[in-house]
Design a binder for this molecule. Structure first.
Ligand code: HEM
Ligand code: HEM
Length: 189
C-alpha cells in the first residue's frame, strides 16, 4: 500500500513561497538602495518599506497558521544534529522575518522620519527620537541582513541536500506542487 506523503498545508506552502520571493527581493532592494545616491533611491526605499510591512504581517499570519496546523514530521532516520540544526534555523528564520521589519520601522521612528506605506498609509512612531538609538538600530538592521541572507543560503543548501542527496521527503513536504514521494518513516515533532 502506498502511504500519502505528509506535507505542509497548501496555505503554509503558499505563505512559504510567497514570503521567500518577497524576502529575496528585499535583500536586493536593500543593497540596491544603500549603494545608490541616484534619484532611484527614493522609489526603492518606498518599495522597501511597503514590502517590509507586508512581510511583517505575513510572518505573523504564518506563525499563527504554524501554531494551528503544526509541521510534518522529520524523517525518523535523520541524524539528531541535522534535526536540531533544522529546527534551530527555522526558529531563527521566523525571528528574523519579524525582527527585520521591526528594526526598520524602529530606526526610522528613532530618526523621527515618517514611515509611509504605499504612498499614503502613515505608520505611527514606535520609538522616541534618539540619534544614538537610530544608529544602533541601523547597525542591527544592517548586520542582521547579512546574517539573514547567510541563513537563507544554508537553508537553500539543506533543502537541495534533502531533495537531491537524501531523497527523504523533506523537500516534498514544502514543494509548491505534489512531487513523487519516497519518504521513509517520519518521527513527530
Ligand atoms: C524582511 C524585511 C527586511 C529586510 C530583509 C531588509 C533588508 C535590508 C537590507 C539588505 C538593507 C541594506 C543594508 C545595508 O547594506 O546597509 C536595508 C536597509 C534599510 N532598510 Fe530594510 N529590510 C527589511 C525591512 C525593512 C522595513 C520594514 C523598513 C522600514 C519600515 C526598512 C528600512 C530600511 C532602511 C531605512 C534602510 C537603510 C537605508 C539607508 O540607510 O539608506 N527595512 N534593509
Ligand atoms: C527567504 C527565503 C526563505 C525563508 C525565509 C524560508 C523559511 C522557512 C521556514 C521558517 C521554514 C520552517 C517552516 C515551519 O516549520 O513552519 C521553512 C521550511 C522549508 N523550506 Fe524554506 N525558506 C526560504 C526559502 C526556501 C527555499 C529557496 C527552499 C528550497 C529551494 C526552501 C525549502 C524549504 C523546505 C523543503 C522546508 C521544509 C523543511 C522541513 O520540513 O523541516 N525554503 N522555510
Amino acid at each position: 500500500m502506498t502511504r500519502m506523503p505528509q506535507r505542509f498545508t497548501p496555505l503554509q506552502r503558499a505563505l512559504h513561497w510567497l514570503m521567500a520571493a518577497c524576502i529575496l527581493a528585499m535583500f536586493f532592494i536593500g543593497v540596491g538602495m544603500v549603494s545608490s545616491i541616484a534619484p532611484k533611491y527614493l522609489p526603492l526605499i518606498a518599495l522597501h518599506k511597503s514590502l517590509g510591512a507586508v512581510i511583517l504581517i505575513l510572518a505573523l499570519i504564518r506563525l499563527a497558521v504554524r501554531w494551528r496546523y503544526g509541521a510534518p514530521a522529520l524523517p525518523a532516520n535523520l541524524p539528531v544534529p541535522m534535526k536540531l540544526a533544522a529546527e534551530l534555523s527555522h526558529y531563527i528564520l521566523y525571528a528574523l522575518m519579524i525582527a527585520m521589519p521591526l528594526l526598520g520601522w524602529g530606526m526610522l521612528s528613532a530618526a523621527n522620519y515618517p514611515v509611509v506605506l504605499f504612498g499614503s498609509v502613515h505608520l505611527p512612531m514606535i520609538l522616541p527620537e534618539s540619534p544614538s538609538l537610530h544608529t544602533a538600530l541601523w547597525n542591527a538592521h544592517h548586520y542582521l541582513a547579512f546574517v539573514f541572507f547567510a541563513i537563507v543560503l544554508l537553508h537553500l543548501a539543506a533543502a537541495l541536500f534533502h531533495a537531491l542527496v537524501r531523497h527523504d521527503g523533506v523537500f516534498e513536504a514544502m514543494a509548491p506542487l505534489p512531487l513523487s514521494d519516497s519518504s521513509p518513516d517520519r518521527v513527530s515533532r
